[in-house]
Design a protein around this ligand. Structure first.
Ligand code: LLP
Length: 425
């Protein structure tokens, strides 16, 4: 079932549960998550990368059930805040299998990481070195990696490209910052540098940038070996594996990625006279994105001149991705059979903002009407995790479907939840 990333636009039942039933029982908007699909995707990663450490990037989607599934399927976790970290550990995730990221870690992030004993902390800026060393304290010990910028442009949108030199993450090789920071880390006896990290960007659909990254990173490892006699045992190539959001789009081929990265790494290390480091990868989107579906009801249909505007009961507060990155989805009518000819409509969100438009060119049956149910496939990653409180509509619930049953994982944010935080007058 996970050999292809084809969005399952034809499926009206997921995990053996009719989507219309989920909408009826839990209301809309609602995020539906196919538990088996998430687990299968974790297994696909373990099978494709048997010698590597696969860390699920929690920023894509996190709740306690997701923590459990990740742990049970043998993945580690990439977290980037005390919040993600505390949730994972409180749910029983082994802290030594967690890596902490972040371009600006707060004192609370570092305090939680050290208190809970995370496996590695990834250093992202020079000022973090002394802060971390002081927090660990003399006689203490913490494994660290360094986030290196290899100078490679890749990713589905400018806002999610992080491998180039002029962006906020990491330390670049080209201007010598990475080398300089590494020298300073080596001077801190309580910090053990285990390896290098890079994350090129997100929604990458070609293997090539990863191979270029392997060459650049091994090149740096070779120079560090020459200069400091340093042998690093880990190489973390980050995540970014692209998925198909619409029929016909191409997902990154994970089998090819695994095979070619392994070959490139072996060859580059042989040329450099280095032992092959253990590979780490950090997929987020590709683990959970295709396993999620967002359901909405149509609230209004407006026909003006040549245009049909269809408004749904959700929008940029539960999915900011179209507004942020111009991402396109493949929404479809479910729950009733229509024989009407397809017509191009503008699908709007419900928020008080002209830019709250899911898409301007969506094919829906021309008889689309208020009360209709729409499904937006491939909504598992960076939806709930990026949801906001705009217009106080409350964030949607998450419902897991599996083996014919639906169960609530995260309940809908209620007006009481919102009110309870509002403590002053
Ligand atoms: N590792 C690091 C250090 C990262 O910064 C990220 C994503 C990942 C792994 C996981 O990347 P993935 O496999 O999910 O592409 N909000 C954007 C995506 C931002 C990704 C940020 N970092 C979106 O909705 O497309």
């Amino acid at each position: 079932p996970v050999s292809t990333d084809e969005p399952r636009v034809g499926a009206v039942s997921v995990g053996g549960v009719p989507l219309a039933e989920v909408a009826e029982r839990f209301g809309t908007p609602v995020y539906v998550l196919d538990e088996n699909e998430v687990r299968e995707r974790c297994r696909t990663y373990r099978a494709a990368f048997p010698d590597a450490e696969v860390l699920y990037a929690a920023k894509a989607f996190l709740c306690r059930a997701m923590v459990h599934w990740t742990a049970e399927e043998g993945l580690g976790l990439d977290v980037c805040s005390a919040g993600e970290l505390e949730l994972a550990v409180a749910t029983g995730f082994p802290p030594e299998r967690i890596v902490l990221h972040g371009n600006a870690k707060s004192p609370r992030d570092l305090e939680a990481a050290l208190r809970l004993g995370v496996g590695r902390i990834v250093i992202d800026s020079p000022s973090e070195i002394a802060r971390l060393a002081a927090a660990v304290g003399p006689g203490g010990h913490q494994k660290v990696m360094v986030r290196v910028v290899p100078g490679i442009s890749a990713g589905g949108h400018d806002k999610i490209r992080t491998g180039t030199d002029d962006q906020k993450f990491g330390l670049s090789i080209a201007d010598g910052y990475a080398q300089h920071a590494i020298t300073r880390i080596l001077d801190q006896p309580q910090l053990e540098l285990t390896g290098l990290h890079c994350h090129l960007g997100s929604q990458i659909t070609s293997v090539k940038p990863y191979l270029a990254a392997v060459r650049r990173m091994v090149g740096l490892m070779a120079r560090l070996h020459e200069q400091h006699g340093l042998i690093l045992t880990e190489l973390d190539l980050g995540g970014g594996h692209g998925i198909a959001y619409r029929p016909g789009e191409q997902a990154l081929d994970l089998t090819a990625l695994a095979r070619k990265v392994r070959a490139e790494l072996s060859e580059a290390c042989a040329v450099a006279g280095l032992p092959v480091p253990r590979l780490i990868i950090e997929p987020g989107r590709a683990v959970v994105g295709p396993a999620g579906i967002a359901l909405y009801h149509v609230l209004s249909v407006k026909r003006t001149g040549d245009h049909t505007f269809v408004a749904i009961d959700g929008g940029m507060s539960d999915n900011p991705r179209p507004a942020l990155y111009g991402v396109r989805y493949a929404p479809r009518l479910i729950g009733r059979h229509s024989t009407a000819a397809p017509a191009a409509v503008t699908l709007m969100g419900r928020h008080c903002e002209a830019g709250d438009v899911l898409d301007t060119d969506v094919e829906l049956p021309s008889d689309v009407r208020p009360g209709d149910l729409l499904a937006v496939p491939v909504a598992g990653a960076y939806h709930l995790s990026m949801a906001s409180g705009y217009n106080l509509v409350g964030r949607p619930p998450v419902v897991a479907v599996d083996a014919g049953t639906a169960r609530l994982l995260v309940r809908r944010e209620s007006l009481d939840d919102i009110r309870s935080r509002d403590v002053g007058l």
